[in-house]
Design a protein around this ligand. Structure first.
Ligand code: AVI
Length: 321
C-alpha cells in the first residue's frame, strides 16, 4: 500500500516564508516578556536535534513512554481493538509509533506534522516497515484545524498524541486542541495520550539542560532559524540556554538569555535586548493524575485506562470520545 500522498496545509507567501512564523516572531519579540511559540523549533534541523534529545541519558520521557508501550502492548491492543485509523499528532518518532502499530493492527496511519521534509522521510520509513498499511501523511500544524484525508472517513479513529507534547501548551490551548480533535475524530474515537508527571526538580531540570548541550543547541536553533528564514541578524553566540522549573505553573520553562546588551534586525525590523533579558521559548507542563484527568475531561474526552508503572514517572492515558 505504502505512502499514498502527502497533503500540505501550511500557508506561505510568494517568497516561501511561512506567514504564521513571521507573524509569531514579530509579535513575540515586541512583547515586554519576549516569547516565541515552541512549535517553531521544528524545522529540519530542530526536528533532527529533537530526535537526538530523545536518546539522551537525561531525557527520560521517551525512555519511560517506550517502556510503557512495550510492557503494556497486549492491554493496549485489547482496549483499542484492530482496524482503527491512527491519527498521530506531531509524528516523528522512529521508535514509538511502530510499537503501537505492531500492537494494535490498525486500518490506516495518518501522521500529522508541521515539518514537511521530516514527515516525508518518517512516513517512507514507516511504510517500508508496514508495507500493507495505507499511510496518508498530512503536513500541517496540528494545533490548528486540520482536514483529514477522505480515505479514512469510514474507519473508527484513534488519536495518538505521545511524548507529552500536550505539555508544551498552556491549559487553555491544550483544552482547545483536545476539543478540536474530539470533533475531528468523531463519535466512537479513542485518544491515547502521553503525559509527563511532576517529579523532583533535579531530574526535571537535567532533562532540559543536558550535559552534552544538545537541548541548548535545540533552543538556540530557533534563533538560527529566524536568521535563516526571516533575514535576521541575531547574534546567536551572545545568547545562553536556560531551563528552569516554575512551581506555580508546574512546568519547565526554556529561555534564551541575552549575555550582553544587543540590537538586531529581523525581516527589516529592529529589536533591542538588555543583558539578562530573555526570550521565553518553551513551556513543558507536568501533570499529576487528577490534573491530567481534569484536562482530558475539559477537552471532551473521558479517561478509561492509564498505565504509569515506570520510573522516572510518565503516564499513557487512553480516553474515549
Ligand atoms: C516535544 N516536547 C514534548 C518536548 C518536551 O519535553 O517538552 C520538547 C523538548 N524541549 C526540550 N527538550 C525536549
Amino acid at each position: 500500500m505504502g505512502v499514498v500522498r502527502q497533503l500540505r496545509q501550511v500557508d506561505a507567501d510568494d517568497s516561501g516564508i511561512d506567514i504564521a512564523f513571521r507573524a509569531d516572531v514579530h509579535a513575540g519579540l515586541s512583547q515586554a516578556q519576549k516569547a516565541i511559540p515552541a512549535r517553531w523549533f521544528y524545522d529540519a534541523t530542530g526536528s533532527a536535534l529533537f530526535e537526538d534529545i530523545t536518546g539522551l541519558p537525561e531525557y527520560y520521557p521517551t525512555r519511560s513512554e517506550v517502556a510503557l508501550l512495550t510492557r503494556h502492548a497486549r492491554e493496549l491492543a485489547a482496549a483499542i481493538g484492530p482496524g482503527r485509523a491512527v491519527v498521530e499528532l506531531g509524528s516523528g518518532s522512529s521508535t514509538k509509533t511502530p510499537l503501537l502499530l505492531d500492537a494494535i493492527a490498525p486500518g490506516a496511519y495518518v501522521p500529522v506534522d508541521i515539518s514537511g521534509d521530516f514527515l516525508r522521510d518518517s512516513a517512507a520509513a514507516l511504510s517500508a516497515r508496514f508495507p500493507d498499511l495505507p499511510v496518508y501523511p498530512v503536513e500541517a500544524d496540528f494545533t490548528q484545524p486540520v482536514a483529514l484525508p477522505r480515505e479514512i472517513c469510514g474507519l473508527p479513529k484513534l488519536g495518538f498524541f505521545p511524548g507529552s507534547t500536550i505539555g508544551n501548551m498552556v491549559a487553555r490551548s491544550a483544552v482547545d486542541l483536545l476539543r478540536h480533535w474530539r470533533g475531528a475524530l468523531g463519535d466512537g474515537a479513542l485518544m491515547l495520550i502521553g503525559v509527563d508527571r511532576i517529579k523532583d526538580i533535579g531530574t526535571l531540570e537535567r532533562a532540559y539542560d543536558d550535559s552534552a548541550g544538545v537541548t541548548a543547541a535545540f533552543n538556540l536553533n530557533l534563533l538560527e532559524r529566524i536568521n535563516r528564514e526571516l533575514g535576521g541578524t541575531i547574534p546567536v553566540a551572545n545568547f545562553d540556554h536556560r531551563a528552569c522549573w516554575n512551581d506555580v505553573h508546574a512546568r519547565i520553562e526554556m529561555h534564551l538569555v541575552a549575555a550582553c546588551d544587543l540590537d538586531f534586525i529581523v525581516d527589516g525590523r529592529s529589536y533591542t535586548m538588555a543583558k539578562g533579558e530573555t526570550i521565553h521559548s518553551e513551556n513543558s507542563h507536568k501533570y499529576g493524575p487528577r490534573d491530567a484527568s481534569l484536562l482530558l475531561r475539559a477537552g471532551g474526552w473521558t479517561p478509561i485506562a492509564a498505565w504509569d508503572d515506570v520510573d522516572p514517572a510518565f503516564a499513557l492515558i487512553l480516553a474515549e470520545a
